[in-house]
Design a binder for this molecule. Structure first.
Ligand SMILES: [Zn+2]
Length: 248
């Protein structure tokens, strides 16, 4: 452990991270994790350009991607620290979507990370204002029988933040009309996994619609899956594993 901390400290020193709030190893790890997941979402096709953004709760605020910076140029000290009042510290301005990152983390104490992107099939459905109904049992991992669509509001606005928070009520993800999607998780890894599950569901729904109006599962059938995943009496650690293996 000491060796790991020393490595992080050395890296922070090497990067000259004077902007690091607290400059502890945990914060550096979160900053590195934001960059790693930004790169992963573009490499994997979940997102393109700099249209996506990621935040992780930190202390009394959050760490969030900077505005309009190419992901492959980001270093840990490019990530912006923001307090919940919107004031921020760092060399760049925060993502233009900082309002919904902040407001979601404020409204959802269960969430530690927020991921926003414009994946193709989620965005196709959002353009049509189509929520995802219970077409597949994996809807259960999102907290209910549907994925809602937040009504259109211009990017970066408080209106967009308000409709996004409402669409996420009791859910781990939502679509944003004529825009994209948001996924939240108890870690950035979980939010990233849910983002890909959501894009897969959107693609499956888009495909199923080609054959006509698809039959749906009932709310009870989705609840039964949720109950099975929750596994009464399981530890949080086992629950997490259970969720990740829900399709095996
Ligand atoms: Zn966007």
């Amino acid at each position: 452990m000491t060796a790991i901390l020393a490595t992080c400290d050395e890296r922070a020193d090497r990067l000259g991270n004077r902007e690091l709030v607290g400059s502890d190893a945990t914060e550096l790890k979160k900053r590195e994790s934001i960059i790693a997941h930004c790169l992963a979402m573009n490499r994997s096709g979940l997102n393109q350009g700099t249209s996506g953004n990621i935040s992780i709760r930190h202390g009394d605020g959050l760490l969030v991607t900077p505005a309009s910076r190419p992901y492959d140029s980001l270093t840990p000290h490019d990530i912006v620290y923001m307090d919940m009042d919107g004031s921020h510290r760092g060399r760049w301005e925060p993502s233009s979507e900082w309002r919904f990152h902040r407001d979601i983390l404020a409204a959802r104490p269960d969430a530690e990370a927020v991921l926003h992107a414009h994946p193709t099939y989620c965005t196709i459905l959002s353009i049509h204002g189509m929520e995802i109904p219970p077409i597949h049992y994996m809807l259960a991992v999102f907290g209910g029988p549907n994925i809602r669509v937040a009504p259109y509001a211009i990017y970066g606005s408080q209106d967009l933040s308000d409709v996004a928070v409402a669409a996420l009520r009791d859910r781990q993800a939502c679509l944003l009309e004529h825009h994209g999607m948001i996924a939240i998780g108890s870690s950035i890894g979980q939010a990233y996994w849910l983002a890909w599950e959501l894009e897969t569901l959107a693609r499956q729904y888009h495909g199923a619609l080609q054959l006509g109006e698809p039959p749906l599962l009932t709310e009870q059938q989705i609840q039964d899956v949720a109950d099975k995943i929750a596994g009464y009496g399981l530890s949080d650690d086992k629950k997490e594993k259970s969720i990740h293996h829900a399709d095996t």
